[in-house]
Ligand binder design. Structure first.
Ligand code: EPZ
Length: 423
């Protein structure tokens, strides 16, 4: 198992190229299953989660490979196995996004029902409700979701809202399924995340007829078939936001490329509010902080365009060193606070009350051995460790490898001191 040894404090300075978006690439890889022939997807980051999706799509009959130039090619001519292997699916919750494409393409899908995870309950009831509305018959068998639509899916007006607002992968699943349904589907309360926009653009390039892209009402005119295409995924706004927080927490200056500020309005707003400078550049931005403590802030996570839950932990690390008390409320995954106790081991002044954390800004963080619990919590610990005095040891960094491409290489190139060791 790998660990990180991180020496702090450091001040980051330099330029980082943001990788392609993991959460856009995963459903896009699943969507490639909808068309016979070979789709080529560019800008797909080299991550553990992407490797799982490669294995999964391969197990369904697709011929999947990463080319020497980094592109992923998916030849989905022979998708003849509608069963997602439990041993692959259980490794990654995003595996659920093969459900819609398989039902649409094969008339059947068997995918294991996801269980709980480190960030809390993550039901898929809305995915299933949406597929049922499109005419799929769904039942549970041996812990598997079995969905069938022998005579194909039929378009319908569907409300996809849930107790915490829209659902990203639920929208992705129904959107993908509806592209090949007979007639018109309208998805109300669709997720508006840039990753859904990217998926819809990919599907339209394949020949789908989707309008209302980027809005909470998506209209899909079903087509008979889709064609394979070449497509480049967007830059990863969560990786970009993590590096923005890294520049700020170390009092440094980073130039980020392959990052779209228009997709990060809430994040930029919070950063500017606490005294961090963010300037747009052609295809990226420059983030700088003058070295004094940031101002405190009040952050509530919300569906897009609100502040993303996937940056909640990283901003908690940043605000732990703010000049005063901050408040963070989690409105998407109310239990996504595994990092709180770990950061408190580094002398952060965090107090959790329900789905809210009150952050008493401290003058300094101190190094400690800590445990990574999920992807974004691990990123937050890396940020805290770069600002803390001493050498922090982060255990279980496999969590971070699921979603951040070569993070220690990227950060070390701009001044961090992160050492990966095997124990
Ligand atoms: C996506 O997960 C992302 N994953 C998550 O990123 C991200 O945190 C999340 O969206 C929210 O932005 C991928 O894109 C691969 P949701 P998803 O369905 O789609 C409730 C990361 O770190 N809900 O939008 O699974 C749910 O419990 C990951 O990269 C239902 O009630 O999340 C939550 O409260 C982690 N029933 C809310 O909706 C359902 O059927 C939003 O979840 C589905 C969801």
């Amino acid at each position: 198992m790998d660990i990180f040894k991180i020496e702090g404090p450091v001040k980051l300075n330099g330029k980082i190229a943001v990788s392609g978006s993991k959460n856009a690439a995963l459903p896009i890889m699943a969507a490639a299953l909808l068309a016979k022939g070979t789709s080529v997807i560019k800008g797909v980051p080299d991550l553990a989660d992407i490797a799982v999706m490669r294995r999964l799509t391969k197990s369904l009959g697709a011929n999947v490979r990463r080319k020497n130039n980094g592109d992923i090619s998916i030849d989905a001519t022979n998708v003849d196995n509608p069963v997602g292997d439990y041993n692959i699916v259980r490794k990654m919750r995003a595996s659920i996004c093969i459900l819609g494409p398989l039902v649409a393409r094969c008339g059947k899908a068997v995918v294991s029902m996801p269980g709980g995870c480190a960030i809390g309950d993550r039901p898929v009831d809305i995915h299933l409700r949406g597929l049922r509305e499109l005419g799929a018959e769904i039942h549970l068998e041996n812990g598997n979701i079995v969905a069938t639509a022998k005579d194909g899916l039929i378009g319908k007006s569907i409300f996809l809202g849930g107790p915490f607002g829209s659902t990203v992968l639920g929208t992705a699943n129904i959107l993908m399924a509806a592209t090949l349904a007979k007639g018109k589907t309208i998805i109300e309360s669709a997720a508006c995340e840039p990753e859904i926009t990217d998926l819809a653009n990919f599907l339209n390039k394949m020949g789908a007829k989707i309008t209302g892209i980027g809005s909470p009402r998506l209209t899909i005119e079903g087509v008979e078939e889709l064609n394979p295409v070449e497509y480049k995924v967007i830059g990863d706004r969560i990786e970009a936001g993590t590096f923005m927080a890294a520049a700020a927490i170390t009092g440094g200056k980073l130039e980020l490329t392959n990052c779209c500020l228009d997709d990060m309005v809430a994040v930029v707003d919070r950063l500017q509010n606490i005294g961090v400078k963010v300037e747009g550049t052609e295809g990226g931005c420059i983030v700088s902080c003058n070295g004094t403590a940031v101002k405190p802030a009040d952050i509530t996570t919300q569906p897009y365009p609100g502040f993303p839950t996937d940056l909640q932990a990283q901003f908690m690390a940043l605000l732990a060193l703010a000049d005063g008390n901050s408040v963070i409320t989690e409105k998407i995954f109310p239990d996504r606070f595994m990092h709180v106790a770990e950061m408190n081991r580094m002398a952060a002044g965090l107090r959790k009350e329900g789905a809210t954390v009150i952050i008493a800004g401290v003058d300094k963080l101190v190094a400690a051995p800590v445990m990574a619990s999920d992807l974004r919590a691990s990123a937050a610990l890396v940020l805290a460790a770069m600002a803390a005095e001493g050498t922090t040891i982060i255990n279980r960094v496999y969590h971070i490898d699921r979603g951040y491409e070569r993070i220690e290489e990227k950060l070390n190139a701009v001044g961090a001191k992160i050492y990966r060791e095997q124990v």
